[in-house]
Design a protein around this ligand. Sequence first.
Ligand code: PGA
Ligand code: ZN
Length: 430
Amino acid sequence: MTNQPQIAALIADEVLDSRGNPTVEVTVTLNDGTFAQTTVPSGASTGEFEAVELRDGDASRYGGKGVLKAVANVNGEIANALKGLDALDQRRIDDTLIELDGTESKSRLGANAILGASLACARAAAQSQRLALFQYLGGADAHVLPVPMFNVLNGGKHAANGPDVQEFKLVPLGAPTFREAYRYGAETYHALRAVLSEMGVSTNVGDEGGFVPQLDSNIAAMDAIMRAIERAGYRPGEDIAIGLDPAASSFYENGAYHLTRDKLTLATPEMIGYWKSWTDAYPLVSLEDPLADSDWSGFATITKELGDKVQIVGDDLFVTNRKFLKRGIAEGCCNSILIKLNQIGTVTETMDTAQMAFGAGYTCLVSHRSGETSDTSIADLAVALNCGQIKSGAPARGERVAKYNRLLEIEKMLGSDAMFAGQKAFAHPR
Ligand code: PGA
Ligand code: ZN
């Protein structure tokens, strides 16, 4: 008889995410009676090489977006393969899932089915050991509270009629604690609403809770944010810096960048010059996907030119996949990587990717997806990795604040052991 808890059952269901689209929920039961649940997020501006989200394609249900096949894969093949495995052996669980699927892109069983199973097992294992998820995944040293990046102004694929740039984020790196950083962010979010109202533009919100004003240029959004930071009583750059995710693949076509709001069409060197002028003029600390995910040589150039001033983050470029990160490290592309569990599909591979990044001196930014649920696992993942950075949208809307609220809870649990990453999270070692 072993004392190790074993996986007893997995049950999946089709539920809805924050955009009203179906997603996979998985409940795992262990033989010691523990059970835990997770739900899987879903992106809109997805990278070309992300692990495949399995959708039914049956136009008569949810416009083809149903996930009954993925649910059936969990209830059938996946449950059979995992039953009886040691619940504390996450690497073995994830290897079993990868082998069972048998494809590089996880397209047979679906990355949504596989991640649901992987993450639910991790959650159940933590619970059976009476540990918080961040403690179970990160061990005794997990103690760094990440700097939150609040996406307060939405554009691109997350907001019709918004700016071309997908995400304008407040980065309250000057706060002394996570709790204070949260307050800085929320107060500035409300100040931004007032600034935009005075400008006579819309304060309706996009998929991640940020405002979607109809502005004449992308840079007008930066100016509104600068004003909001000051109106809320903070010093731009010192208390609150700015992060951007242009998600440039979404406006790249036929070898050029098309900025509709600015009425500009730019080649790669001009696009880099555009970001350089923003970096010179604003307190930018993080620039994610400033170029398209096929533009590897452009990424090498921008990292060389701006990487000592601003963190260059690869999201669509790396898709949380070691294969692409390895190429990026070799070619000098980026000095930071976005970490999204469902881009790669298992907990173990996600953590392996983060470790590879740390080994090369890259920072890691743990991320939600634009389609989310109230699942808070990424908050724990960020603390487990001690990576010091997270983005989970605006400090508003239930599925976004669930993660930030979980971080408040973790900060309380850690007490005097908690360390807020602050400015140090944005050191640029490369
Ligand atoms: P997505 O957007 O979840 O729609 O992919 C988030 C991001 O691009 O970082
Ligand atoms: Zn991104």
